[in-house]
Structure formats: structure tokens, C-alpha cells
Design a protein around this ligand. Structure first.
Ligand code: HEC
Ligand code: HEC
Length: 218
């Protein structure tokens, strides 16, 4: 058992060693202007909501994301490494200055807390155990080690997951999982294959449970 814990710790420490200097693709963005970002975000409101709080559970909220993550994902949509037809079109015309400004604007907004019903308590509790403790039988690292004790993420690379729409979270975990099974058709880039490998090892029920828990985290 002690050996197993040590193994998980090594897995978890490795990506931290790279940290911000190993952003891939490397992002060397110009100085940001959050006010300009607010203006540029007007075309995003119809899907990502006012102030980055989306009301459609299929579209992620962007409010309160860790700085650097939004610019990073926009550049992945641009390069086609993360595949989504809508976002490919939205990102195509954005300059590096736009990425920096949008990132600065959204990371300064506040995300609205997610709510779950009483009937979902069991699922949320199972999700909490996975989030905090990982899944030892398959040596799945605990989510808490990268996404943080409250799900607030770590700039520049580990995204916030707290209060995000569960439907979106679930879809992304299933997409990571599918991207591991068939990398040629992989729709979602995964830094160092971390998330694709983790999601591949999770059952659909675990994905449902942990998504409910992340949505409920505030
Ligand atoms: C017509 C709807 C639509 C519009 C308009 C739109 N988006 Fe999106 N956005 C989406 C969808 C759908 C996804 C989820 C993509 C996926 O599944 O990979 C997404 C995902 C994202 C993500 C990834 C979030 C994450 O947590 O990984 C970012 C960042 C983003 N959009 C930024 C923007 C910005 C900035 C704009 C405006 C310039 C914009 N979007 C406009 C629909 C939209
Ligand atoms: C070793 C670090 C690490 C661990 C452990 C980890 N993640 Fe991640 N996660 C990442 C990184 C990095 C990303 C950003 C995508 C990328 O660059 O690969 C991410 C992205 C995500 C996303 C997409 C968020 C969005 O806005 O689109 C979800 C959902 C997620 N992780 C859930 C989990 C869950 C659930 C666990 C535990 C079962 C977990 N992660 C464990 C590093 C980690």
C-alpha cells in the first residue's frame, strides 16, 4: 500500500516540475488589457453568457478560470489540436493580443456556484472520494493534486473545475477518454497525455459522479 501511494505521488509531481515554462504550445503573450477583453467578449456572450457565466449546460462557463488557461485553449482551437467546429470558427480570427485580453477579462470574473439536488447526494459523495483520493485499484491520481482542494485550479495550466456545468465536464471527460482510445480521431489535446490517460481509466459512472461533485464545489 505504501509503495502504491509513493508511485501515485511520483506521477503527480512530474507535471508540476515543468510548470509554466513548459507551456505547450508555448504562449508568450503581449501585455493584457481586461477592459479591451470585455469589448472583445461581446461575440462570446450568446454561448458563454454575460460575464462568462453560461446558462446552457453544454457550453462551459469561462468566469474565474485560472489565468493563462483560456488563452491556451483558444490557441489549441486555432491550431486544430483541440477539435470543435464552433470554437474553431470563433478562434480563427483572434490575434495574440485578443487571446491575452480575453484571458485577462474572463479570469477576473466570478463564476456562479453550481447546485445539485438532494437526490444526487450519493453520487456527489462518491465523486468526492474519487476527486480527493483517486482510484487506487487502477492507480488513478487524485484530481485534487492538480485541480486543487477547492477545484480552483492552478495558473497557468491546471484549469478551474469548481462550479463548472456538469454536462460540459462529463462530455470533456468522455472526449478525453475517446481521444486515448483512438488518438488519430482525438478531439481533445491533453498535455503530456495526463487527462486522456486518467479519463481512459474511469468508468462512465465514475465520470458522472466526479462531474456532479466538481459542479457542486464552490
Ligand atoms: C455559438 C456558441 C459559441 C460561441 C459564440 C463561443 N463559444 Fe467558446 N465554446 C463553445 C462550445 C460548444 C465549447 C466546448 C467545446 C468543446 O467541447 O471542446 C466552447 C469552449 C470554449 C473554451 C474552452 C473552455 C474550457 O473550459 O476548456 C474557451 C476558452 C472558449 N470557448 C472561449 C470562447 C471565446 C473567447 C469566445 C468569443 C470570442 C467564444 N468561446 C465563443 C461555444 C461557443
Ligand atoms: C497531473 C495533473 C492532473 C490530474 C491528477 C488531473 N487533472 Fe484534470 N486536467 C489537467 C490538465 C493539465 C488539464 C488541462 C487540459 C490539458 O492541457 O491537458 C486538465 C483538464 C481537466 C478537465 C477539463 C476542464 C475544462 O474546462 O475543459 C476536466 C473536466 C478534468 N481535468 C477533470 C479531472 C478529474 C475528474 C481528475 C481526477 C479523476 C483530474 N482531472 C485529474 C491535469 C490534471
Amino acid at each position: 500500500m505504501i509503495k502504491q501511494v509513493a508511485f501515485v505521488a511520483v506521477l503527480v509531481c512530474f507535471p508540476f516540475a515543468g510548470n509554466a515554462s513548459h507551456l505547450d504550445p508555448p504562449l508568450d503573450l503581449p501585455a493584457a488589457d481586461a477592459e479591451a477583453g470585455k469589448q472583445k467578449a461581446k461575440v462570446c456572450v450568446s454561448c458563454h453568457g454575460a460575464d462568462g457565466n453560461s446558462t446552457n449546460p453544454a457550453y462551459p462557463s469561462l468566469a474565474g478560470q485560472v489565468s493563462g488557461y483560456i488563452a491556451g485553449q483558444l490557441s489549441l482551437f486555432k491550431s486544430g489540436q483541440r477539435k470543435n467546429d464552433i470554437m474553431a470558427g470563433m478562434a480563427a480570427g483572434l490575434s495574440e493580443q485578443d487571446l491575452a485580453d480575453l484571458d485577462a477579462y474572463y479570469s477576473r470574473q466570478e463564476i456562479k456556484p453550481g447546485l445539485v439536488s438532494k437526490e444526487e447526494k450519493e453520487s456527489v459523495l462518491r465523486g468526492e472520494r474519487l476527486y480527493r483520493g483517486g482510484y487506487a485499484p487502477l492507480q488513478v491520481a487524485a484530481c485534487i493534486s492538480c485541480h486543487g482542494p477547492r477545484g480552483h485550479g492552478v495558473p497557468m495550466r491546471y484549469p478551474r473545475v469548481a462550479s463548472q456545468h456538469r454536462q460540459y465536464l462529463e462530455e470533456q471527460l468522455l472526449t478525453f477518454k475517446a481521444s486515448y482510445e483512438t488518438p488519430e480521431a482525438g478531439a481533445r489535446f491533453s498535455y503530456g497525455d495526463i487527462m486522456t490517460r486518467i479519463a481512459f481509466l474511469l468508468s462512465d459512472r465514475q465520470i458522472k459522479d466526479v462531474s456532479a461533485y466538481m459542479h457542486a464545489m464552490n
